[in-house]
Design a protein around this ligand. Structure first.
Ligand code: BG6
Length: 488
């Protein structure tokens, strides 16, 4: 265990993310001994609360989200609150003297981590003020964790990045993509690069196509205002989905150093074939949910959700055929699909291998099933290999069989929430599982054309029923290539 002394300052500390994810994760790190007495946390918010009130709220939400609350009172003695106006430099000056005080009291070695879990329009204002007030001027490290959305297109992302890099260097900026904190997403790299049996096959000679699905049963909940301006393309594809694609597609890095891995990811993302406006319809499918039934419950259509424009043209579903134009992947489609209000909550990768060169069993009318490598990311976590074998004693008929490894409940108790792992990585200075600026640049420029085309050409929405697998065109995207989505 590496204990790193640090002052963690969370902007947006009274918000939903802090309550549901950040504080429960920090508490769990503390409870497990990954954080020790040399830690202090300042929650920053607009509300006029004091430490006692803030601790009471935080304790309540930790208790709600974490089963074992052993040592919670000890943890709470490290938690503070400052009521703050992000536009007022005086607030930052107050924060500076408070930070110095806590630094001395908890022996924090001047290490400061700033976590921006707030409305994105304030990101730049806050980072500028952190520098101007002297908060980033310290003997220890200064790091910034920043939540998405990082811009709304390439141009705004560039502007935001230019502003943030006035106060923090690229290597001090940790852009969160919580999918990169998921155990089975991290396992993609391990599976590929620590087993002799996959890498030789991991190319266009042996792989027919790769499918990445992230479907949700949830709708937009109380985030209609944000989501209606964003939609599935920016909310999921630009970040989570393309990150998974880059991990599947990247070349082996020369080492596991963060820079080496990120360089390979950037190369993979930059090899993605850009789609011209006239090609958007051939490569992308969009959808928006109509009313329907999800998990036995009747739900309204997207356009009837709170804070959503009743004539909204925002996609809640996107499927795409992503082509990676490099030596390894030429000709192999990566199909991605993500949507809200679908049949099941499921995040999964399916790698479909090509057929054997010749089917020796065809005379017996034997169809051979495709070999598949399935990586289950959520809610099931594990790996499956789908093979053809002889199951019964008589005859030589082949049957599909499944070799599967699933994380057991016992394993799962030891796996941490994505946020917990990522925060700990940041404290250790490991940026591997965070999004580099070059990755963002590549993904924004890829989705921008599509976004613009869709804005200019409204769709006949709604076009899929809540509780379904998305619009019919998503199926057609694959049938056109004589393939189909693997749904189990
Ligand atoms: C977030 C999106 O980044 O990811 C949400 O903003 C989405 O709209 C969520 O619901 C999905 O995350 P997970 O971990 O539940 O798949």
């Amino acid at each position: 265990k590496q204990n790193i002394p640090c002052l963690i300052t969370i902007f947006g500390a009274t918000g939903d993310l802090s309550h549901r994810k950040l504080f429960p994760s920090l508490f769990h790190l503390f409870q497990q001994g990954n954080l020790n007495e040399h830690i202090a946390i300042i929650g920053i918010g607009r509300r006029n609360w004091d430490n006692a009130k803030f601790r009471e709220e935080i304790k309540a939400s930790i208790t709600k989200h974490v089963k074992d609350t052993d040592r919670i009172d000890d943890f709470m003695t490290h938690v503070y609150y400052q009521s703050h106006d992000v536009n007022n430099i005086e607030s930052y000056k107050k924060l500076l003297s408070f930070s110095e005080e806590l630094d001395a009291e908890y022996k924090l070695a001047g290490n400061r981590l700033f976590y921006l879990a707030m409305a994105p329009e304030f990101f730049g204002t806050v980072t500028d003020a952190l520098k101007e007030s002297g908060l980033t001027d310290t003997d220890g490290f200064t790091r910034l964790i920043i939540e998405k959305p990082f811009g709304t297109d390439l141009k705004s992302a560039e502007a935001l990045n230019a502003q943030i890099t006035r106060s923090f260097k690229e290597e001090e900026i940790y852009r969160i993509d919580h999918y990169l904190g998921k155990d089975m997403v991290q396992n993609i790299e391990i599976l590929r690069f620590s087993n002799a049996m996959f890498e030789p096959l991991w190319n266009n000679k042996y792989i027919s196509n790769i499918q990445v699905t992230s479907s949700e049963t949830l709708g937009v909940e109380d985030r209609g205002g944000y989501y209606d301006n964003s939609g599935a393309l920016k909310d999921m594809v630009q970040n989570h989905m393309l990150q998974i694609v880059s991990l599947l597609a990247m070349e082996p890095p020369i080492s596991l150093e963060s820079d080496d891995i990120r360089n390979e990811k950037v190369k993979a993302l930059r090899s993605i074939r850009q789609v011209k406006p006239s090609e958007v319809r051939s490569y992308f499918v969009r959808g928006q949910y109509d009313k329907g039934t999800v998990n036995g419950e009747a739900v309204p259509k997207y356009r009837d959700e709170e804070n959503v424009n009743p004539e909204s043209n925002t996609p809640t579903f996107v499927a795409a055929k992503v082509m990676i134009d490099n030596f390894r992947w030429a000709g192999v489609p990566f199909y991605i699909r993500t949507g809200k209000r679908m049949k099941k909550k499921e995040i999964r990768v399916v790698v479909e291998f090509k057929e054997v060169p010749m089917n020796l069993y065809y005379k017996r009318d034997q169809h051979l099933d495709s070999n598949l490598l399935v990586i289950n990311i959520q809610p099931n976590e594990g790996i499956e290999l789908h093979l053809n074998a002889r199951k019964y004693v008589e005859g030589i008929d082949t049957e599909p069989v499944k070799l599967s490894y699933a994380l057991t409940a016992q394993d799962k108790m030891n796996t941490v929430d994505a946020y917990e792992g990522l925060i700990y990585d940041c404290l250790k200075g490991d940026a591997t599982n965070f999004t580099h600026w070059e990755e963002l640049k590549a993904t924004w420029s890829y989705v921008d054309t599509v976004d613009q085309y869709w804005r200019e050409h409204p769709a006949p929405f709604p076009n899929y029923q809540a509780g379904s697998n998305g619009p019919v065109k998503s199926e057609l995207l694959l049938t056109r290539d004589n393939l189909h989505w693997w749904d189990f």
